[in-house]
Design a protein around this ligand. Structure first.
Ligand SMILES: Nc1ncnc2c1ncn2[C@@H]1O[C@H](COP(=O)(O)OP(=O)(O)OP(=O)(O)O)[C@@H](O)[C@H]1O
Ligand SMILES: [Mg+2]
Length: 283
């Protein structure tokens, strides 16, 4: 049976009066490539920061591998982060950047260097190991940030829009690399993006977030083929949304009356009600 890596229970995060995340419940499985997808400002980074421990939560609980982590400081959590802005140390070469965190953890020089070489090979940067960050391309710098986060073998890796600074071609290459690394290492990935194509192609499951609320959790197929509400239908893929009047709901199907008066029976979202509704028709 698969273990739950991150269990978020009815979690709310406020900044003063502003509610950034509202009653979020999510179970992210061990070994999963899990994606948080939503528009700018919806709360993706905030959610990662609460998991990493950089933000306290206002209500609810977060468990990591069954353990409540409320009182665990960030450096004691089996979690590492690749930040939205990857900050490499400019005066250290690539190897030293990757070794830094390992030395902080108390590893000796030889152990840290061996591990750094190992992860640099994994991200195909061995030949650049003695360059400074300023002597690397954006994509190469991003891979150093990834190597640095992978080096201490975290159980969970949080990735906050790690590909947003890359051009399309490079982004597609690093996407494949990331998926491979996730499969090879078995580390649970929580990946943030506002790019639906990225989410749909890379993830085992996706949580669609808007305005601090989780709108739907599911596989790419589930979210595309059975959107739970108007937001998800509109945000994912192309759709034609038609205002309808729902005259009957029975089990998982509903009868709608189209604007011209025609009746139409179609699959219904969970919890669909009679009255005004929206019909989503994919092209
Ligand atoms: N320290 C803070 N104090 C007050 N409000 C904050 C703070 N940090 C974030 N917010 C607000 O919380 C909301 C969610 O922010 P967050 O950074 O999580 O969004 P996001 O989904 O990561 O967006 P983006 O895709 O642009 O990175 C925003 O409205 C933001 O202004
Ligand atoms: Mg963000």
């Amino acid at each position: 049976m698969t273990e739950i890596a991150i269990d978020i229970q009815d979690m709310t995060k406020r900044y003063g009066d502003f509610v950034a995340l509202k009653n979020v419940s999510l179970s992210i499985m061990d070994n999963e490539f899990f994606t948080l997808l939503g528009p700018s400002g919806c709360g993706k980074t905030t959610l990662l920061r609460t998991i990493a421990g950089f933000e306290d939560i206002s209500e609810g609980a977060i468990k990591l591998y069954g353990e409540d982590i409320a009182d665990l400081p960030p450096n004691k959590r089996p979690v590492n982060t690749v930040f939205q802005q990857y900050a490499l140390f400019p005066h250290m070469d690539v190897t030293a950047n990757v070794m830094f965190g390992l030395l902080q953890l108390g590893q000796d020089q030889t152990t840290a260097r061996n591990r750094a070489n190992e992860v640099l090979e994994m991200v195909q940067l061995t030949q650049f190991s003695d360059r400074l960050p300023s002597q690397l391309s954006g994509g190469q710098q991003q891979r150093v940030a990834l190597a640095r986060a992978l080096a201490p073998k975290p159980k969970v890796l949080l990735l906050d829009e790690p590909l947003s600074a890359l051009d399309l071609k490079l982004r597609q290459a690093v996407r494949r690399e990331l998926q491979q690394i996730q499969q090879e290492t078995g580390i649970t990935f929580v990946f943030v993006t506002h790019d639906q194509e990225e989410a749909l192609t890379m993830s085992d499951r996706i949580a669609v977030i808007a305005d601090g609320h989780v709108q739907q959790v599911g596989t790419a197929r589930e979210i595309y083929e059975a959107p739970q509400n108007k937001f998800v239908a509109d945000f994912i893929g192309e759709t034609n949304l038609i205002d309808v009047s729902v005259s009957a709901v029975s089990g998982d199907s509903a009868t709608c009356i189209l604007p011209g008066g025609a009746r139409f029976t179609c699959p219904a979202a969970v919890g669909a009600l009679m009255g005004q509704g929206h019909l989503s028709v994919r092209p």
